[in-house]
Design a protein around this ligand. Structure first.
Ligand code: 5GP
Length: 205
């Protein structure tokens, strides 16, 4: 069976990437990797659904036994991608989405060169601040920390294969989906097929 595709979706906190990913999963049946984190659950978040919520000790022991394919510290908490789920889904030919930040994304690209890296952003930073404030789940201090983190993240935006502006939600979902689909048609992902056609034509030379 052909191995599945790994898709990394990143974006500044507050760009709406969570909503976009949820829709992609519902509409197209992609698999979502659930990360481990030491962050406390927000209201309504459920262990094993949004994240696997871990103590620092538990998280570091996951790191120790190589249970994560990548991990990082983001605004005072650890976040990481569990290895087992991703490997099993890819082996079954599934498209797996990772919703992770920029350092994790570079780490993934180094280990999985075929991964498709997509960065979702608001059209400007005023819009980003507005969305974070509207969400109302974070204190002003945390919002400022997240925007200053966005400044660091922006430095790694050019590592991504695709940059998509989330102005209109539906357009953005379509754009992300098109990118995932069009990756299948890249010549470098069809080399076996090209060889087959060339083989079939060899006798006509
Ligand atoms: P939040 O606390 O808002 O849920 O997530 C904060 C940031 O951590 C987001 O940018 C999110 O994409 C990122 N993140 C979530 N899970 C992981 C992970 O497993 N690895 C990495 N590197 N980043 C993650």
């Amino acid at each position: 069976m052909e191995r599945g595709k790994l898709v990394v979706v990143s974006g500044f906190s507050g760009t709406g990437k969570g909503t976009i990913i949820k829709q992609l999963i519902e509409r197209y049946g992609y698999s979502l990797s659930i990360s481990a984190t030491t962050r406390a659950p927000r209201e309504g978040e459920v262990d094993g659904r949004e994240y696997y919520f871990k103590s620092t000790e538990e998280f570091l022991s996951l790191v120790d036994y190589n249970g994560l394919i990548e991990w990082t510290k983001y605004v005072d908490n650890y976040y990481g991608t569990p290895r087992k789920f991703v490997e099993e889904e890819l082996a079954q030919g599934k498209t797996v989405i990772l919703e992770i930040e920029v350092k994790g994304a570079s780490n993934i690209k180094a280990q999985y060169p075929d991964a498709v890296l997509i960065f979702v952003t608001t059209k400007d930073i005023a819009t980003l601040r507005e969305r974070l404030e509207k969400r109302g789940t974070e204190t002003a201090e945390v919002i400022n920390k997240r925007i200053s983190r966005a400044a660091d993240e922006a430095e790694l935006m050019d590592n991504y294969d695709y940059i998509i502006v989330n102005d209109d939600l539906e357009d953005c979902i379509d754009a992300v989906h098109s990118v995932i689909i069009s990756d299948d048609y890249k010549t470098e992902n069809s080399l076996d097929f090209v060889k087959k056609i060339q083989g079939e034509l060899a006798e006509y030379k």
